[in-house]
Design a protein around this ligand. Structure first.
Ligand SMILES: Cc1cc2nc3c(=O)[nH]c(=O)nc-3n(C[C@H](O)[C@H](O)[C@H](O)COP(=O)(O)OP(=O)(O)OC[C@H]3O[C@@H](n4cnc5c(N)ncnc54)[C@H](O)[C@@H]3O)c2cc1C
Length: 586
């Protein structure tokens, strides 16, 4: 069976030729020494760890699953040792704040590492992924004392993190949650309630597990304004930093689920567990959003990671599998990669994965600029662009990621449906990414309802102007045939945006959201393809990965971008057909 190969050559192309990584880093204080050579060598090592250590555990973990006996969670064989090796090698602390022992490397490298983890072993990647999100929330909102106690151990990977929002009656609508927090005399709080679906809620790697729990203080108002955030550790921490008594919280059950079987998804019972307030009372959702925004980008990257791995395996299979005669009259059997329909499935996955990686790198660069640029106005604009792009990355990458996993499975025919080749696991594992961290429908509502309105709607216009300017600048090298269709698709997106702005919101916003987000993503991918095509060096200097970029760009523009025509047409009809049928007539 083909094994996963980390896309290091593509990463080098993006950093070196498309985004001018060295120039951007040179302008960010503290990153002057970070350059393409360093980034590529880090990514080569990450790729080795992913392929050599994590991928071999992927199938085993899926088959063995996690168990809960006498309240103790056990992860599948090999996972705990792999996690410890991962932490010891320094991967947990890659982008961590140096003030708490992190290596402080750019977000770009973190996101590319996250892609590799997701490709090799999605269940495993959630352990460090959730810890990062928890670190971000603590770093931005917790007291100095909590930060000093928890951040160094979480950043090093010695302790892991979990995010506890969901309850049986409170999913998307967190305003309905009922977990309670009652003040103790010493300034801590007693947390009581049951949370469901808690990823990494427990593990057997040793160390502590730091839960960030949403709960209500006594007399808190109903709805989201009454929610506060609490840090609730599995073990209380002694004054010297060592682990003390077990906190009164326990795993009630492990959820039985479709995929990510090596990931313990827990029902958590908090029985007067000791916790500490993070941020201000009543501002819990705000603090949790810091964690959720980091996680949303991470979950989008999961979609990309699975697409990359599934597509790689489908390509390898399609080159070997002999079936039927060639469409050009070549006598059979020929390798199925020669059949146009199989090529369409393979190229769709490749064209998505490479455009999504480019867009992920662009977004992560904005995060790095937002964190370090010397000009406050530049930092603010970069921050707004990340906010705009977050729901697009989360929802579009996971929707296209799932579609790519299914198409890759289809390339293997019946062999994709049975277990042997691992394709059905990709489909099962990636499916959750469309659901958790806010469903993709909710992400689309976030884009049309909140993000388009950022800076009074002016941010979106500036973003479209940026794309238009870059398309025009790329025209001499990328060529009219590639650039003109993307300019037309951008005009479709602008018209759809204008229509939305004039629609008056309400039903119209909800009815447009999902189609609009896909239109937005396709235009963004087209923009990335033009940038990549324009950056390919002359033929004799190009690597094989670079040489095929122009062909992939053409495939994207001719066979995928036209979806924008249908999306614009559907959006133009508005909400009326969706809302015409009374609920009891369904
Ligand atoms: C394996 C797994 C791991 C998870 N990990 C975690 C975790 O670590 N921590 C945690 O707290 N939670 C976790 N979750 C929970 C996950 O985030 C929720 O399942 C998700 O947010 C959706 O909530 P729900 O399941 O209650 O669906 P609902 O909120 O009931 O939504 C059902 C449907 O209605 C739609 N919908 C709901 N409200 C609206 C609206 N206002 N407008 C339009 N459409 C709407 C949704 O898009 C969806 O299609 C996990 C879930 C699973 C299955």
């Amino acid at each position: 069976m083909a094994t996963y190969t980390a896309p290091v050559a593509d990463i080098a192309f993006l950093l070196q030729r498309v985004f001018g990584f060295n120039t951007i880093m040179a302008g960010l204080p503290g990153y002057e020494e970070v350059n393409v050579d360093l980034a590529v060598s880090v990514m080569e090592e990450a790729g080795k760890f992913a392929a050599d250590v994590l991928e071999p555990l992927n199938r085993l973990g899926d088959e063995e699953g996690c168990t809960l006996e006498n309240g103790v969670v056990t992860t599948p064989k090999g996972v705990a040792a792999a996690y410890r090796a991962f932490a010891e090698a320094g991967w947990c602390s890659l982008s961590g704040d140096p003030a708490y022992g992190g290596q402080g490397l750019p977000w770009v490298l973190q996101i590319l590492l996250d892609e590799m983890l997701s490709s090799a072993n999605l269940s495993f990647g959630l352990f460090p992924g959730l810890t990062h999100g928890a670190v971000e929330a603590i770093r931005h909102h917790a007291s100095a004392e909590l930060k000093a106690t928890y951040l160094p151990k979480m950043i090093s990977g010695a302790w892991t993190g979990a995010m506890a929002l969901t309850e049986s009656s409170a999913g998307t609508d967190l305003g309905l949650l009922s977990t309670r927090a009652v003040p103790n005399a010493d300034g801590s709080f007693a947390i009581t309630g049951t949370k469901i679906f808690i990823s990494s809620g427990d593990q057997d790697f040793g160390g502590n597990i730091v839960h960030l729990v949403l709960a209500r203080l006594p007399d808190a108002p109903k709805g989201v304004k009454g929610i506060s955030l609490f840090l609730v550790p599995k073990f209380l921490v002694n004054a010297d930093g060592s682990l003390g008594a077990r906190n009164s919280m326990s795993v009630g059950a492990l959820e039985h689920k479709m995929g990510i079987h090596a990931q313990p998804t827990c029902v958590m019972n908090y029985d007067g567990a000791t916790g500490w307030l993070v941020g201000e009372p009543g501002c819990g959702l705000n603090a949790m959003f810091t964690m959720m925004n980091a996680e949303r980008l991470f979950v989008g990257i999961q979609g990309l990671g699975i697409a990359e791995a599934a597509n790689q395996k489908a390509i390898a299979y399609a080159k070997e599998r002999l079936q039927g005669g060639g469409a050009d009259g070549t006598p059979g059997p020929v390798a199925i990669i020669n059949h146009p329909d199989v090529r369409k499935m393979l190229l769709s996955g490749r064209a998505f994965a490479e455009a999504a990686r480019a867009l992920a790198v662009w977004t992560a660069l904005q995060m790095d600029i937002a964190g370090r640029h010397t000009d406050a106005a530049v930092r603010k604009e970069a921050d707004l662009l990340v906010a705009l792009m977050t729901p697009v990355v989360k929802a579009a990458f996971t929707d296209f990621g799932f579609e790519t996993a299914v198409a890759s499975q289809q390339v293997l025919g019946g062999h994709g449906y049975i277990r042997e080749w691992g394709m059905e696991q990709y489909v099962r594992d990636v499916r959750i990414a469309q659901i958790y961290e806010g469903t993709n429908g909710v992400q689309a509502m976030d884009l049309v309802g909140r993000k388009l309105a950022l800076d009074g709607g002016k941010l979106t216009h500036r973003f479209f102007a940026l794309i238009r300017a870059e398309l025009s600048a790329a025209l001499p090298t990328a060529g009219e045939g590639l650039v003109a269709p993307v300019v037309e698709a951008l005009a479709r997106l602008e018209r759809a945006t204008q229509r939305l702005a004039e629609s008056g919101g309400g039903m119209e916003t909800g009815a447009a959201a999902t189609d609009y987000l896909r239109l937005f993503a396709l235009v963004s991918f087209g923009w990335m393809w033009v940038r990549m095509a324009a950056a390919v060096p002359v033929a004799d200097e190009a690597t094989p990965v670079e040489t095929r970029k122009a062909t992939l760009a053409r495939f994207f523009v001719e066979r995928m971008l036209p979806q924008t025509l249908g999306l614009e047409a559907a959006l133009a009809h508005g909400a009326s057909a969706l809302m015409a049928l009374p609920a009891d007539a369904f």
